[in-house]
Design a protein around this ligand. Structure first.
Ligand code: AKG
Ligand code: FE2
Length: 370
């Protein structure tokens, strides 16, 4: 593992950084951010420009996000995590990785300070609705084959043809404007702002809850890109995986930029060139808080995946991966909800059992709402 890392390091070149850096060794304890640290985001100045005392972290905690498409309310980030995202990312400068034909990566190692990343992992695992999607594929002449995605997934967002509108809509109509406030309910045409008929999409698009909207904002700022989709994978153990693939569907447009954030257990992110057998196979041992931006010609030329691992190498922590993407047309929305929410039951983390359990809305007797 270290050998791989050293080899890759030889190809890394530092790139310019926009925001101030917090060294990894200065990890922010998210359970008690230094309350005297001046922060441009939550410190308020009076008319003479004198800094008023910061709010204690607890006062920054907000109510959960709710929306008709959510199977249950989704908890807002605790105040210290909101502060860490706003003030401590990127936690290390991006390094460019281009040691292969048409490879164009930015590697933040890490993007979120390690301890905050672990807190974020636990928070998101406990608060998001997940799915174990089933679908049928036709492979050659052997007839249809039923497949269950080998990991838990969930998705939020809508393609560029629509925005979520209403009093709380933010600058790009993709999530709650103010942390903790309900995301805008109504789906509107991006150009005319006319309401979208409820039968436009097979599965109703879901706005980003405030927790993921805060994360998306931090990632946008660090990468200089905008995103309207957030796909979440939860790998519960080393048996969960994603096979080699590329994210270069037409609905993402040419040379898409995809930001991929890792939280929790360390897993290998493997990249192989699609055609050039002489190109090196890359293995990035992504740890909690690390982020890779895949951009330019990368998706067209390379495959990537997270292979299965034995329980011994992964430990029992589990891993969450979050990708931020921009879908341009409706086909992207259809595809992402089909393969990341699907039509099956909702799963939630059970803190007592320490495993995912099928979740049912007791009042409605149903686990699905889109
Ligand atoms: O888990 C990862 O690191 C990769 C996820 C991925 O490639 C995807 O969701 O398309
Ligand atoms: Fe991918």
């Amino acid at each position: 593992m270290t050998g791989t890392k050293r080899t890759l390091d030889a190809f890394f070149q530092p790139v310019a950084q926009k925001k101030s850096k917090v060294d990894e060794s200065e990890d922010i304890p998210t359970t008690g951010l230094p309350s005297s640290t001046p922060s441009s985001d939550n410190a308020k100045r009076d008319r003479l420009g004198v800094l008023a005392p910061l709010q204690p972290p607890d006062a920054l905690s907000q109510p959960p996000s709710t929306h008709p498409t959510y199977p249950h309310p989704i908890a807002a980030l605790p105040g210290p995590l909101t502060s860490a995202l706003a003030t401590a990312t990127p936690s290390s400068p991006a390094r460019a990785l281009s040691n292969g034909p048409a490879l164009d990566l930015l590697y933040f190692e890490p993007f979120i300070p390690r301890r905050a990343a672990d807190d974020l992992f636990r928070h998101l695992r406990a608060s998001l609705p997940f799915y174990r999607v089933r679908y049928t594929i036709n492979r050659g002449g052997s007839g249809p084959v039923d497949v269950t995605t080998p990991r838990y997934t969930t998705v939020f967002g809508v393609d560029e043809s629509c925005v979520f509108g209403g009093p709380n809509s933010d600058h790009n109509g993709q999530g709650a404007a103010i942390p903790g406030e309900a995301p805008p309910v109504e789906l509107l045409d991006a150009k005319t702002r006319a309401p979208i008929p409820s039968n436009r999409f097979t599965r109703a698009p879901r706005p980003l809850p405030s927790s993921l909207a805060a994360l998306r904002d931090a990632v946008q700022q660090a990468t200089g890109q905008t995103y309207n989709f957030c796909l979440v994978n939860y790998y519960a153990s080393g048996a969960d995986s994603i096979s080699m693939h590329s994210d270069d569907e037409k609905f993402l447009g040419r040379d898409p930029a995809i930001a991929s954030l890792s939280l929790g257990a360390r897993r290998d992110f493997v990249m192989k060139h699609k055609l050039d057998r002489a190109a090196p196979t890359l293995k990035l041992p992504l740890a909690s808080g690390d982020m890779v931006l895949m951009r330019g010609t990368t998706q067209g030329a390379w495959l990537h995946g997270v292979p299965k691992r034995s329980a011994k190498t992964v430990g029992d922590m589990g891993r969450i991966n979050i990708t931020f993407r921009k879908a341009i047309v409706r086909g992207g929305t259809e595809n992402y909800y089909r393969y990341n929410v699907g039509d099956g039951e909702c799963w939630r983390w059970d803190a007592r059992k320490r495993e995912m359990v099928e979740w049912r809305d007791k009042e409605k007797g149903d686990s699905r709402k889109s």
